[in-house]
Design a protein around this ligand. Structure first.
Ligand code: SF4
Length: 338
């Protein structure tokens, strides 16, 4: 259990305090990033009780930090209380810092290009364990003179919508308690259709990124096996409903470029059709190499050509620079390997 799994009501009953006091403690958890030794305005005896309570502590310990891209990308290996591990990646840009967080230790989705998928599923993270990754990295940014975290993406280990409640509660905590704008919080999914329908019903304000990677069922099912359960037609229908229920919503489609698998003209033309229907921005990223996976990244000319086809069909598209490749921190590389 993490300190960030405590609700205001939990604090009230656990420490036997008045409601106003539990609200104050809850606020301080976020304002002081879990460090109550700096807290003012609450009695010292209560501060001592908070610090002494075994459950009311950080639940992640930093196992290892790896850096690359001129120290602009940093990967954190966090060990959980039960010794399971997760990774988070902090990326510094000239005008912002972005953190990519995990929602599960391992993943059930088994995407064929992804190291996390290959390591299997260990367990869901609690809301507190998801929140705490950001809290710990906020403290790290302060301690190391980095720009504060401005963007949070749920694209680390795991499928966020397969751990729906905890992921969405964490996203609300980022918005409400850490004041990160909903437009700066992106939840990704590989396409769990019932969960997308739930997002639509709950009218959540966060951004949604869909990992597409294939624009027909045959190609997509090879890369993203969940497509066999929720094929493209179902996925597109659920996303259309999601967009129609709130016209201010924007969607991005993530596409890992894999040599001779999904970087062909045919795939680009079909992708353009889908992106047009969903008014979506397409993010292209080169496949990142991982030890056991028998795919190669697209060649530069194939990637540039793929992008041009989309542009010529009036699709907004970005060919992203790969970050963190040399420390296995890039998309699809997160797995406890080093
Ligand atoms: S790409 Fe995402 S959903 Fe697919 S196996 Fe990897 S972590 Fe899971």
């Amino acid at each position: 259990m993490s300190i960030y799994d405590f609700s205001i009501e939990d604090i009230q009953s656990r420490f036997d305090v008045e409601p106003y006091r539990s609200c104050q403690i809850y606020e301080l958890m976020y304002r002081h990033l879990g460090n109550f030794s700096k807290a003012t305005g609450i009695p010292k005896s209560l501060v001592a009780k908070l610090i002494d309570c075994e459950d009311f502590q950080n639940s992640l310990s930093i196992g290892k930090i790896s850096k690359c891209d001129n120290d602009q990308t940093e990967k954190f290996l966090f060990e959980l209380k039960d010794k399971k591990v997760v990774e988070s990646v902090l990326m510094h840009y000239y005008n912002r810092s972005s953190v990519c967080i995990s929602t599960q230790s391992g993943c059930k989705m088994n995407c064929s290009f992804c190291a996390t998928g290959q390591m299997g599923f260990k367990r869901n993270l609690s809301k507190g364990e998801i929140v705490e990754q950001v809290i710990r990295l906020m403290q790290y940014c302060i301690d190391n003179g980095h720009r504060p975290i401005t963007n949070i993406v749920f694209m680390g280990m795991g499928e966020p919508l397969d751990n729906y409640e905890n992921s969405i509660e964490a996203a609300w905590a980022f918005k409400n308690e850490l004041n990160i704008g909903a437009k700066h919080i992106t939840v990704s999914t590989v396409g769990i259709v019932p969960a997308i329908k739930r997002l639509t019903e709950e009218n959540l304000p966060f951004r949604l990124a869909v990992s597409l990677h294939g624009s027909d069922n045959e190609t997509r099912s090879k890369i993203v096996p969940i497509n066999k359960k929720y094929p493209l037609e179902m996925l597109i229908e659920s996303l259309t409903e999601y967009l129609e229920s709130n016209r201010s919503r924007r969607l991005s489609l993530e596409w890992t470029l894999i040599k001779d698998v999904n970087d062909t003209q045919d795939q680009a033309v079909k992708l353009a059709k889908i992106a047009k229907k969903l008014r979506a921005h397409v993010n292209l990223i080169y496949l990142n190499p991982t030890a056991k996976i028998g795919y190669n990244a697209s060649q530069t000319d194939a990637a540039v050509n793929f992008k041009s086809i989309l542009e010529n069909l009036n699709i907004n598209v970005t060919l992203r620079k790969t970050r963190g490749q040399s420390i296995n921190a890039a998309c699809g590389q997160l797995a406890y390997m080093n």
